[in-house]
Ligand binder design. Structure first.
Ligand code: NAD
Ligand code: UDX
Length: 465
């Protein structure tokens, strides 16, 4: 079966970039990305391509090339489903905030809504592709809904998890380590798998396109994120021991990373991992393990989250203790709010939790992030419901100039590893601060000796300097 019409439900951080690359690489396929969020779709369609709702290096050029040719963004979900042979579901699957599994299980209500909508609209056979990250065996539930509420047409379900990381989405999509496709072990399943393999084969070498059964594919995505997050928690655990012993975590990371069995990537100690995926997916894994009665498996993975929460709290509390046990009414500058560099995404960013801790200590926080605007910062804090939005607004200001953020501050905390932070005139920043002037580098991007040379009292993660 040759695919020439694709629909993707969900125009977010995954649906938008993924479909833009498919459209760019497969000019013969019409790709329509649909979303209920009218504002988001309007931004994807904005005449000025720099206004697309997601900041990802290189993405606006690709959208400019394909949009209107074979890439379309729309709120007309029904029409796009009706016309497509292949429908990707790329909606959000957040942690449940209510009821059974609250705080752990993935909330699949958006997935179920999509399945029901596809079933009611489809008048011919469709291939439905799970692009969202889902608990293992979700395809079974989707199939049940499709088969029991549909119009008698045939559905094939595939699992095609996405491994892109934000900030590098375009290069990750153009040169993926692998593409994973899971499907049914039947002739119809194999045909559906092949149809999707052919789409990717337009730019991904076939040996990197891996096909498996549905459950292996679904579970591989949760496993990959759990392993990646575990590396960060492992190096962060060692960072605390380094600070006590005189070892330096960057040196330790380098030394172990040169062992080819360990590898050098993902060993940067930090203020803690953030982002919409790691915590959500591990909690989901823990919940799944518990639901099968596998308590040791659940406990093992839960430690990754416990360590990460500890790291965020530890960073915040060390600011308070170092500043003579009080930050009340002291200005603390935050450089960075995004959960990592090169993205405007702030979901689960460590900055939110460090700010919350310091606001409880009555600090006055001034934030600068090159890609994050004031309303997002306030929304992130309000979402925690730690205090009224009025109090949040009084405690935190967001400015558009880093020097302004740092002016008159007692301390600077670096929460995101934006490259530009390394290039600032740190002597000027020092001169305009309260003395003694402290810098807490939560990303280990600044040179300890140089910072001390300017006059700062400098602390980084995992080193006693
Ligand atoms: P997102 O919140 O940015 O986007 C999801 C979009 O789906 C939203 O715009 C929402 O309005 C839309 N939506 C929800 N229900 C809908 C419906 N019934 N009809 C139409 N639109 C609907 O989420 P995201 O970051 O793109 O993540 C999507 C999925 O991909 C999640 O399961 C996530 O775990 C997974 N994932 C994310 C990343 C990442 O880096 N963000 C990477 C890999 C996998
Ligand atoms: C992650 C996975 O990498 C990706 O494969 C998956 O599809 C989605 O989840 P993402 O969350 O976008 O991607 O970014 P990632 O680069 O994995 O970083 C996650 C968090 O870990 C960030 O807060 C980052 O700063 C932190 N991190 C990462 C570290 O603290 N140290 C490291 O060595 C690596």
């Amino acid at each position: 079966m040759k695919i020439n019409n694709i629909c993707c439900i969900g125009a977010g951080y995954v649906g938008g970039p993924t479909m833009s690359i498919i459209a760019q690489k497969c000019p013969d396929i019409k790709v329509t990305v649909v979303d209920l969020n009218e504002q988001r779709i309007a931004l994807w369609n904005d005449a000025d391509v720099n206004n697309i709702p997601i900041y990802e290096p290189g993405l606006s050029d690709i959208v400019a090339e394909a949009r209107g040719r074979n890439l379309f963004f729309s709120t007309n979900v029904e029409k796009a489903i009706d016309e497509a042979q292949m429908i990707f579901i790329s909606v959000n699957t957040p942690t449940k905030t209510y009821g059974l599994g609250k705080g752990m299980a993935a909330d699949l209500k958006y997935i179920e809504l999509c399945a029901r909508q596809i079933a009611s609209i489809a008048k011919d056979n469709k291939i439905v592709v799970e692009k969202s990250t889902l608990p293992v065996r979700t395809a079974e539930a989707i199939k049940n809904i499709l088969d029991n509420t549909g119009n008698g047409v045939q559905f094939q379900i595939l699992s095609n998890p996405e491994f892109l990381a934000e900030g590098t989405a375009v290069t990750d999509l153009l040169n993926p380590d692998r593409v994973l496709i899971g499907g049914d072990n039947t002739p119809e399943g194999a045909e559906a798998i092949n149809a999707l393999v052919e789409v990717y084969a337009n730019w991904v070498p076939e040996k990197q396109i891996l096909t498996t059964n549905l459950w292996s594919s679904e579970l591989s995505k949760l496993t990959a994120n759990a392993f990646l997050a575990q590396r960060v928690s492992s190096i962060n655990a060692m960072s605390e021991l380094c600070e006590k012993t005189g070892a330096d975590v960057s040196e330790v990371a380098r030394a172990i990373g040169m062992d080819s069995r360990i590898g050098s990537k993902f060993l940067k100690a930090s203020v803690g991992f953030g982002g919409s995926c790691f915590q959500k997916d591990i909690l989901n894994l823990v919940y799944i393990a518990k639901s099968y009665g596998l308590n040791e498996v659940a406990d093992y993975w839960e430690q990754v989250i416990i360590m990460n929460d500890h790291q965020k709290r530890r960073f915040a509390s060390s600011i308070v203790t170092t500043l003579y046990n009080t930050v009340s009414d002291k200005k603390i500058a935050f450089l960075g709010w995004a959960f990592k560099k090169d993205t405007n995404d702030t979901r689960e960013s460590a900055a939110i939790y460090v700010a919350d801790y310091l606001l409880n200590e009555q600090a006055k926080i001034s934030v600068f992030d090159p890609q994050v605007k004031e309303n997002k910062v306030l929304n992130d804090l309000n979402y925690l419901e730690s205090r009224s939005s009025d109090l949040n607004q009084k405690g935190i200001t967001v400015v558009e100039d880093p020097y302004e953020a740092c002016k008159g501050a007692h301390a600077i905390a670096i929460l995101t590893e934006w490259d530009e932070f390394k290039e600032y005139d740190w002597q000027k920043i020092y001169d305009n601060m309260q003395k003694p002037a402290f810098v807490f580098d939560g990303r280990n991007i600044l040179d300890a000796k140089k910072m001390a040379g300017y006059g700062f009292i400098f602390q980084s993660v995992g080193s006693s300097n």
